[in-house]
Ligand binder design. Structure first.
Ligand code: GDP
Length: 361
């Protein structure tokens, strides 16, 4: 799973990126004019994996992972030729979800590119930049089709859909709000538009705001709710500093700063919810591992996540949900108590199921 961090310059994107991935990319109080993106992996914390690792003491423990891409700050008005443009947006065309970092913290030594702090304005401006980037993509593609010598049935159909998108985008309607038939969606799938992607808002606050709240908080959260944008707060800088401490001190400071859940916990939960994902687990002496699947996946398809041979030779899935497992403490006890179920290929996997697939190899 891939996510792309977007936002204006100096809102704390790279600070948040470092926090998520334990990377050590340099942050800067100034708009640095950098044009390269940062890529790294974030480990999704999962206490079920921790527990299973304690029980099985496996050779390898594998948590779910999120690939995070931090692109340089988007410049408002770039699509009208301001700055060096937003060409690095291509780096995030393949992501599953966009994470938009907005700045609520006030710090006079860090210049906000718009000159003042206004979270809702920034959410709208970045939304507009993504929309304009899509419009540009549509126009480039239409020009290319028109300039081409070949006029195939496929290209004519694509041009028709693109024209429809152009009209909506010109009226500031993003792709997620345009009604398209399945056929139309299929036709434009190869173009990787940005405004179809789910967006999560991360509000970067300072320690004081986190502890005491701040004036516009209610308004921002209501706005996000209205727009159906999942949103949560982090104090990226404070949390990054705390994460350098040893575990005991970390817990003390987290409590002191009123940080109930870490940035990665909050982000992972928001992504899983927004993208309708769940995890199932496999456990043994070799490896304990969390697997990410879409809610509603059946046992046979879930087996295919591990290996196509297991899907092909699928016989049955031996299943126990983590909650039951935890109560039993180990598999021997769970078996004794009859908590393990044998399920067929149509069984719908539930979040936290621990599964042992039986298959003809
Ligand atoms: P980016 O340009 O969006 O990637 O922003 P950076 O992560 O480089 O951060 C810009 C500046 O803001 C750096 O000097 C950070 O240390 C600072 N910063 C980030 N988060 C916070 C915060 O929560 N509070 C304060 N006071 N400064 C922050």
């Amino acid at each position: 799973m891939k996510v792309g961090l977007v936002g204006l310059p100096t809102v704390g994107k790279t600070t948040f990126f470092n926090l998520l991935t334990n990377a050590k990319v340099e942050t800067s109080a100034f708009q640095s004019g950098k044009i390269n993106a940062n890529f790294s992996l974030a480990r999704v914390p999962d206490e079920r994996v921790d527990f299973l690792a304690e029980v099985y003491k496996p050779k390898k423990v594998t948590y779910a992972q999120i690939e995070v891409i931090d692109i340089p700050g988007l410049v408002s008005g770039a699509s009208e030729g301001k700055g060096s443009g937003n060409q690095f947006l291509d780096n995030i065309r393949k992501v599953d979800c966009l994470v938009h970092i907005v700045r609520a913290f006030s710090d006079e030594s860090i210049l906000h590119p718009e000159g003042s702090i206004d979270v809702i304005r920034d959410i709208e401006n970045i939304g507009m930049e993504l929309l304009l980037a899509d419009l540009q993509l549509v126009e480039t593609r239409i020009e290319r089709i028109d300039a081409g010598k070949k006029i195939t049935k496929e290209l004519t159909a694509e041009r028709e859909v693109l024209q429809k998108l152009r009209e909506s985008l010109e009226n500031e309607i993003g792709l997620s709000d345009i009604e398209l038939s399945e056929e139309e969606q299929r036709i434009i799938e190869h173009l990787d538009f940005l405004t179809v992607k789910p967006v999560i808002i991360v509000i970067n606050v300072d320690e004081q705001q986190l502890a005491e709240g701040y004036e516009s908080r209610e308004k921002i959260l209501n706005y996000c709710k209205e727009k159906n944008l999942p949103a949560f707060e982090v104090s990226a800088k404070a949390e990054a500093e705390i994460s350098e401490l040893d575990e005991q001190d970390r817990a003390v400071f987290m409590k002191e700063l009123n940080i109930k859940e870490s940035g990665i916990d909050l982000l992972a939960r928001a992504i899983y919810e927004k993208l309708n994902l769940i995890s199932f687990l496999t456990a043994g002496e070799d490896e304990v591992k969390a697997w990410t699947i879409t809610r509603g996946t059946n046992a046979k398809a879930a087996a295919g996540k591990i290996h196509s041979d297991i899907e092909r030779g699928f016989i049955r899935a031996e299943v126990i949900n983590f909650k039951d497992f935890k109560e039993c403490g180990n598999m021997v006890k769970a078996r004794e108590l009859g908590k393990l179920r044998l399920e067929g290929k149509e069984y719908i996997i539930q979040d936290g199921d621990i599964i042992n697939f039986r298959f003809n190899g």
